[in-house]
Write a protein that binds this ligand. Structure first.
Ligand code: PNS
Length: 185
């Protein structure tokens, strides 16, 4: 949805865009139902959300960036996006530099509990210092997801617990497939 004001001006016409674009950054290793819940809520506030996967060269991830991009694109088809355009991308380096390059107005972050708040506040204030034009918007997921994190999902999975309701079925299937493939390598 492209919204804006159109001004005819001396034979020329220009549009001031009021499109609200947000970046939803994270590791998404893997994407959880909590992430999807935040994206659905964000879709009520923004015209476009870029789900941006951090490329972290030093970290040993469960899924590669390509696998995470693929899974995100797949499961994003299944959520209620309304008129919001949601796309998946990845980035390296400073988040605010990426946000400016994407002409975003805001960064969306999910806050599950008070324990998240301290770290998120620090990041939000540092990002504001680095780039005052970008606002951070904190959103709360449904209570059902208030304890769900990618880290715990991986731990439960590795120890043989069920991921039912924590991640989309396609993600759980992908995790099982990946482990099977690695075991056969
Ligand atoms: O889902 P995560 O792993 O908690 O996401 C953390 C993320 C990607 C938002 C954060 O690590 C980040 O923004 N990294 C990019 C590097 C950066 O901009 N650092 C300064 C932030 S204060």
């Amino acid at each position: 949805m492209q919204t804006g004001f159109h001004f005819p001006f001396g034979g020329l016409a220009f549009t001031i865009s009021t499109m609200r674009r947000a970046i939803y950054p994270g590791s998404f290793d893997p994407v959880t139902n909590g992430h999807l819940d935040i994206i659905e809520r964000g879709c009520k506030l923004f015209d476009e959300i870029i789900v941006a996967i951090l490329v972290h060269p030093e970290k040993q991830p469960f899924f590669t960036i390509d696998e995470r991009r693929e899974m995100l694109s797949q499961v994003l088809q299944q959520i209620n996006r309304g008129a919001c355009a949601v796309r998946v991308d990845d980035f390296q380096g400073l988040l605010v530099q990426y946000a400016v390059a994407q002409q975003a107005n805001a960064i969306v972050r999910g806050i599950r509990a008070i324990s998240d708040y301290e770290y998120e506040l620090q990041m939000a204030l540092m990002n504001r210092r680095l780039e005052p034009s970008i606002e951070t918007v904190f959103m709360m997921p449904a209570e059902t997801y208030s304890y769900v994190s990618s880290r715990l999902v991986k731990e439960v999975f590795e120890l043989g617990g069920t991921l039912d309701g924590l991640v989309p079925p396609a993600v759980e299937a992908r995790m099982k497939k990946k482990v099977k493939r690695t075991a056969n390598d």
